[in-house]
Design a protein around this ligand. Structure first.
Ligand SMILES: [Zn+2]
Length: 184
């Protein structure tokens, strides 16, 4: 069965679950991680007032540090949902669509899309396409019939990166979401 929105909601019902996912992905299971400061194992607990974990010795781990979410005020679950939308739609998601689905401003939606594309191309950075790639306008920016969306050279690389990511994952599209979420 393919991963759908109900399963997404079950797996990531809130921001805390998403934060724990980041922790586990980046540092290991909360109950098994050795503290880099005191060396004790499995002493990390969630801080109530910060999106962070603390060891008994006072050492903090911030799971969002060095990820696209680090400086964002958008709740983590919305980011995860945006990634879900990107990896389950065939041609990517426009900023307008993200704005509607996430209930954020257009500016925020644009930035989220921009970061996710950047992330997709980063992951596929070493695995370039060879030969000529034709990218049609349907792909770039999710064109509607008769509408052309201009993508400036500055952003083209990220669109191509997203395209490459999709291309490389074309045989296992259902794994796109997990692969992206497992690589922070
Ligand atoms: Zn410690």
């Amino acid at each position: 069965m393919t991963y759908n929105v109900l399963e997404f909601m079950k797996q990531f019902p809130d921001d805390d679950t998403c934060l724990e996912h980041l922790f586990v992905t980046r540092f290991g299971n909360v109950g098994e991680v050795a503290c880099p400061k005191c060396g004790e194992i499995g002493k990390f607990k969630r801080l109530r007032k910060l999106p962070a974990y603390t060891c008994n010795c006072g050492h903090h781990i911030h799971p969002m540090k060095d990820t696209p979410f680090e400086r964002s005020t958008t709740p983590l679950q919305k980011w995860f949902y945006a990634i879900y939308l990107f990896t389950t739609s065939r041609h990517g998601v426009s900023a307008k669509e993200l704005q509607r689905q996430l209930g954020v401003t257009y500016k925020t939606a644009w930035r989220i899309g921009h970061e996710i594309r950047k992330y997709m191309s980063m992951i596929d950075g070493d695995n370039g396409l060879s030969g000529t790639v034709e990218v049609d306008e349907t792909y770039i920016g999710g064109k509607r019939k008769g509408t052309h969306i201009h993508v400036s050279g500055k952003h083209m690389a990220k669109y191509l990166g997203e395209f490459e990511y999709r291309y490389n994952m074309r045989k296992t599209p259902e794994l796109m979401f997990f692969r992206l979420l497992a690589s922070f």
